[in-house]
Design a protein around this ligand. Structure first.
Ligand code: GRF
Length: 205
């Protein structure tokens, strides 16, 4: 059995990507264990999903800290205390700052609902739909100091159909998110990701 990577997830919302990761880990499809889920929102569905899975669920409120560095320092100390090696942003609605990036350099992943570098930022599915693209998709990437700019690990494409609403498209993309995020974590756990500049090489399995 491959070494099991200890994952800490940061999430602000409903947590369906987190659920996909928890399920893949629980089923033994990836050599990962989610050790803690941290949210900046007390009411995040992601915290409820964590509790249901028996995973420690923490609310860390930004307003309890003077600046982003102090806020992130608390998050870092919670992650480190649980032996987290890989941080998975799963619908975490804040830009990650230097305190978190510095502590987990090259060990933070994010899922973005567009084929980066197109449509970074908020509501990417709607941006793509309004732009009129014919192919949309999602991206798992390592996080750097930019907004959705880090090295790309896996992408999945979906067609945009003639009668799609932005919501239809988002739902089709979400299905693929749930597939590729656990897959990317599995590749990391298996030691199969090598970052070379901007490029991530996936080593043969
Ligand atoms: C997903 O669309 C993800 O790509 C984006 O935020 C959304 C989170 O959804 N980063 P969920 O909380 O995982 O359901």
């Amino acid at each position: 059995m491959a070494r099991v990577v200890t994952v800490g997830a940061l999430a602000s919302g409903r947590g369906t990507n987190l659920q996909a990761i928890i399920d893949a880990a629980a089923a033994g499809r990836i050599a990962a264990r989610v050790a803690v889920v941290i949210s900046d929102r007390r009411d995040a569905g992601a915290l409820e999903r964590a509790r249901r899975a028996g995973i420690p669920a923490l609310h860390v409120a930004r307003r309890d800290f003077l600046g982003r560095d102090q806020f992130e320092a608390r998050i870092v100390s919670e992650l480190v205390a649980r032996g987290v090696e890989l941080v998975a942003l799963a619908g975490y609605m804040r830009v990650v700052g230097p305190a978190l990036i510095g502590a987990f350099r090259g060990r933070i992943m994010n899922i973005h609902p567009a084929l980066l570098p197109a449509f970074p930022g908020l509501e990417a599915q709607r941006q793509a739909w309004e732009h009129g693209v014919k192919v949309a998709g999602c991206t798992v990437h390592f996080v750097d100091s930019g907004m959705d700019t880090g090295p790309i690990i896996i992408q999945a494409a979906v067609p945009v159909r003639e009668d799609d609403s932005a919501e239809d498209l988002a739902a089709r993309i979400l299905e693929q998110e749930h597939r590729i995020y656990p897959e990317a974590i599995g590749l990391y756990a298996a030691g199969r990701l090598r970052v070379e500049g901007r490029r991530v090489r996936v080593l043969g399995g």
